[in-house]
Design a protein around this ligand. Sequence first.
Ligand code: HEM
Length: 413
Amino acid sequence: MEKPSRRNVLVAGGTLGAVGALGGVTSPAGAGMLWTWSPEGSVAGAGAGADPRQVWDAEADELVGSLLDRGVVPQVNKLLRTWTKNGQPLPAGLPADLREFMERARQMPSWADQSKLATAVNFNEKRGLYLGVTYGFASGMMSTVIPREARAVYYSKGGADMKDRITKTAKLGYDIGTDDAYKPDGSMIVTCVKTRLAHAGVRNLLPKSPAWSKVADEEIPISQADMMVTWHSLPTTVMQNLIKWKIPIPAAESEAFLHSWQLAAHMLGIKDEYIPKSWSEANSQAAQVLTPILAPTPEGIKLADMLLNLGSFLDGGLLTKPILGSLTRYVLGDEIANWLKIRKDPFWDSVFEIAWEPFIAVREGLLSLERAPGILQKVYWAFDEILRLGALLVLSEGDFPISIEIPVANNPN
Ligand code: HEM
């Protein structure tokens, strides 16, 4: 029998996929998640019908597997550090197969709509402050209770240096919000293509991690379904929160924000047939694939604690940690906060309940501070600081010197 190698594990994954698609929802890799969402609701409008829990990114995965086998990844990463703008030619010296792939992968799909992207810029500018908080403390925190993501992040190379990883991930949140995100001077296409390659690296490497294999409920990480789950923890969750907080958002801006994320999904290698075409499709897909799979894991609990300590540089965590904990409890609810072992804080928990929505209303000019609950006058500054901290995470002109790279190893710890 042929010796199992990275490559034929991936190929076997493809075969398994066909069986899984025929066999319904009982395959082990699909444990815990059901996928019956119709491709008619996708940006493609139709699809081959393959079960996305059994589809990865065949072309990128095989290519990066070969780059790893050939030992050229460190050199590729070095060359790609100089590739930072969408319109920039690829650096000289890349292996021919990689260059050929990247030239195709960097092309925008035919359905990209420049006028929607221009509207998205308005939205990001107007709503940047709220986006920071929701990306950080709705999406970021939620990612720690997405078991497959938490485990993959924890046991991959990035898990060894969370600060570096958060900076790199925040780069995507920053890039998508810039004026020229998808234009030649922007960086979103570069970030997506590099992330697509990094994910392909993870798919090749994690199956070799004994620690990951012991706890994982799938043989190869980051399937198309897994990617959509994470995607929903981003734009879908963000928009749901902005709506819950009664932030006025014109329909065209809401649609434009969705469009910028549909494009991100495409550029990250998610197939069009799995990308929802509208918010109502997104919400229904998320209700099926995201909400039911949320659960605590030891890895996620540790990652959440690292996120809660993000404000420590301001005050050693004395005040920021309980405040961010209460924000998480407010945004994601008691059950998830308890899973993450976030301590209850009687003062800040009730302050969020009573004063967060009025705070937004005051900021939006919909309510005068005098008519808001009295407590808001005392905590207005703290809420404003939270917005700023969130903004720092994704909007700070953040100098992002670190390039997203293809990993060559797993977390050694
Ligand atoms: C890497 C974004 C889905 C696991 C990255 C990076 C970004 C990113 C920006 C580069 C940061 C870095 O290198 O540290 C996204 C987005 C997703 C998505 C926007 C969906 C829309 C997923 C899923 C998983 C996952 C579903 C796992 C189930 C990882 C891992 C790394 C990574 C393990 C590698 C870090 C390393 O180098 O060790 N992702 N991701 N991602 N992502 Fe994702």
